[in-house]
Design a protein around this ligand. Structure first.
Ligand code: ATP
Ligand code: MG
Length: 374
């Protein structure tokens, strides 16, 4: 193999891919129960029936996406009659965008960017499903991005009642949610509830011993031997567990290794790990901020500035302050606030009293929010 110039001899990485975001590990332990339950829900679809609907729920980094992806690739290997479609709702968060992904999975290309109505798109999908006798299984990952502006109802309603508009069409849905405060039963309306009836599959946080095993596996695959001592691995595990998110731990390993590499050392030390953790622990924040619109960023910035000297803020007051620099009505402002809450950047709660007071607090250090916004 020809050596890449940037991957000179001194690298500590045996395989850097192992630490990438979208890496699907071959070894995937501790989620057997969840995978088995999901498989049970899906099974009718393997025989031409409608798959049962599921909700996968669990904190960030508990293996929800990976479990679904693994099952989906098994389905694709086994049959062409049940077609799994994976949708990342952070990116595709409208009904049209989601159905465009379904269309793409079925045809190999996206629908024309302009001039296609939703009806035409839906017609085309239904035609293919009926003609080729395909059952559809749609995973809506990070579905909390559909929770505001009522998109979740529009999407689920259209998917689950498709058979009413097109007789014989069969679809099942897997909704993936990482916010434990979200009660989907409350978020969806009665017309959806009557056809949705999902089974909830819970993904608990990994225990310390499990985190250790998973990390050890990554280290063995991704790094050369002897680079991370047992003691340093323990530190990584501790910090991963503290953050509650396996992804933070994997990112931490990558950064700590790069830090050791930069210092031309053959081993990772405590400072590499602690320095890396200062960045990795804000992974969720930096990732989420990138998905925000300009308007949302402006509002969040104003919130962060306001919370520099006041931890808990009244929504009405914040709106008044913000309207001085951003032209925005209260209704729209409140929509954005609800979105930031659903994305776990802020915390929105109520205080009963003279009327209901809406209170906002940041989930992160405001300085950090400002830093990542700029
Ligand atoms: N049991 C496991 N064994 C090995 N690696 C795992 C395991 N569970 C999760 N991972 C790894 O941890 C990272 C996070 O997992 P995943 O993306 O599946 O979590 P998630 O529950 O979907 O999180 P989020 O809610 O934030 O999207 C991934 O890099 C994945 O490869
Ligand atoms: Mg996920």
């Amino acid at each position: 193999m020809k050596k890449n110039l940037l991957m000179w001899d001194e690298t500590l990485f045996r395989d850097p891919e192992v630490f990438e975001f979208d890496y699907v590990p071959e070894q995937f332990q501790f989620r057997e129960n969840q995978m088995r339950e999901l498989a049970f829900q899906i099974r009718p679809g393997m025989r031409g029936g409608r798959p049962l609907n599921s909700i996968c729920k669990g904190l960030p980094g508990t293996g929800k996406t990976t479990s679904v992806r693994k099952l989906f690739s098994e389905i694709s290997d086994a049959t062409k009659k049940l077609v799994p479609v994976y949708v990342n709702c952070q990116i595709d968060n409208t009904k049209f965008a989601i159905f465009s992904q379904i269309y793409r999975k079925l045809t190999g290309h996206l629908p024309p960017a302009s001039g296609t109505s939703f009806k035409q798109l839906f017609d085309a999908i239904a035609r293919i499903l009926l003609k080729e006798e395909i059952v559809l299984l749609v995973a809506l990952d990070d579905a909390n991005y559909l929770l505001y502006e009522n998109e979740i109802n529009k999407v689920l309603y259209t998917l689950l009642r498709a058979h009413e508009a097109y007789e014989g069409v069969r679809m099942g849905v897997i909704v993936i949610i990482s916010d434990l405060d979200v009660d989907l039963a409350k978020a969806v309306d009665a017309r959806v509830t009557s056809v949705f009836r999902p089974t909830e599959i819970y993904f608990p946080p990994y225990e310390q011993a499990e985190i250790r095993e998973i990390m050890q596996e990554r280290v063995m695959q991704g790094l050369f031997p002897g680079i991370l001592s047992e003691e340093m691995l323990s530190l990584v595990v501790e910090q991963t567990q503290g953050s509650g998110d396996l992804r933070v731990g994997i990112d931490l390993l990558k950064r700590a290794t790069m830090s050791a590499e930069r210092a031309a050392r053959r081993t990772i030390d405590r400072d590499d790990i602690c320095g890396a953790y200062m960045i990795s622990k804000y992974l969720h924040l930096s990732f989420t901020l990138k998905t925000l619109t300009d308007e949302e960023r402006k509002i969040l910035k104003a919130l962060a500035l306001a919370s520099l000297d006041k931890k808990e803020m009244n929504a009405g007051d914040v709106h008044k302050t913000i309207s001085q620099s951003v032209e925005i009505g209260y209704t729209r402002f409140y929509e954005v606030i609800k979105k930031l809450d659903a994305l776990r950047i802020i915390n929105l709660h109520y205080r009963e009293g003279k009327g209901r007071t809406r209170l906002i607090s940041l989930r992160y250090d405001p300085q950090k929010v400002l830093e990542y916004l700029s």
